[in-house]
Design a protein around this ligand. Structure first.
Ligand code: ADP
Ligand code: 5GP
Length: 190
């Protein structure tokens, strides 16, 4: 992956439901130059999700075809669905001199970390507690109960990977959490 070293690439990961999608959107609003890397997934779209903005929604055969053709920088199977970062979409962002924001899990982070030339800033978001996480997953009201359970079950394994990241930020109060993330990004950029 060749790119201008001034571009920064922020990875936001968290246990599902801790708030990384919410925070990613706030970063994009605040920093005009940041674009979110839109992943491919075989998961079905949620009611509020838009093709090409939240994800590129594809079927499993097409996803596997892209794996064979080496079209992903990284991919993982998460909660029974495939998710991946396509080379094409990232290269387009870099060509336009954008800073890039990845909302990917710890497996994808480990794979991207192998590209030593990347100017990565890895941030892990944690909820204030597992109970609060459950509330958020339920309130989001986008996933069936068994899917919420599956995501909660992954909490301990997911959280253990916080050690792979440069910073860990607790998302209790959203505004405060965002301020911390903003400070971390500004420090890296300056
Ligand atoms: P993720 O992308 O990590 O799965 P989301 O950003 O979708 O998580 O957040 C999960 C739910 O929690 C959403 O309904 C979101 O509006 C809500 N949420 C996010 N941050 C907070 C917060 N600090 N306090 C309360 N609710 C929050
Ligand atoms: P969701 O189904 O809630 O949108 O996402 C589930 C998990 O998949 C989240 O942890 C999210 O960060 C992760 N994810 C989304 N896109 C990608 C991707 O392209 N690669 C990897 N490795 N994980 C992803």
């Amino acid at each position: 992956m060749n790119h201008d070293s001034k571009n920064i690439m922020v990875i936001l990961s968290s246990p599902s439901g801790a708030g990384k999608t919410t925070i990613s959107k706030k970063i994009q609003q605040k920093f005009q130059n940041f674009k979110i890397s839109v992943s491919h997934t075989t998961r079905k779209p949620r009611a509020n999700e838009v093709e090409g903005i939240d994800y590129y929604f594809i079927n499993e055969n097409d996803f596997k075809d892209k794996i064979k053709k080496n079209e992903f920088y990284e991919y993982a199977k998460i909660f029974g669905n495939y998710y991946g970062t396509s080379k094409e979409s990232v290269l387009n962002l870099l060509k336009n001199k954008n800073d890039v924001l990845f909302d990917i899990d710890w497996q994808g982070t480990q794979q991207l970390s192998k590209f030593k030339e990347l100017n990565l800033l890895k941030i892990f978001i944690l909820p204030p507690s597992k109970d609060e996480l459950k509330k958020r997953l339920v309130q989001r009201n986008q996933d069936k109960p068994h899917v919420v359970e599956e995501r909660l079950k992954a909490y301990d394994t997911d959280s253990a990977h916080k050690k792979d990241y440069d910073f860990v930020v607790i998302n209790d109060n959203l505004e405060q959490c965002f301020k911390e993330v903003e400070k971390i990004i500004l420090n890296k950029k300056n």
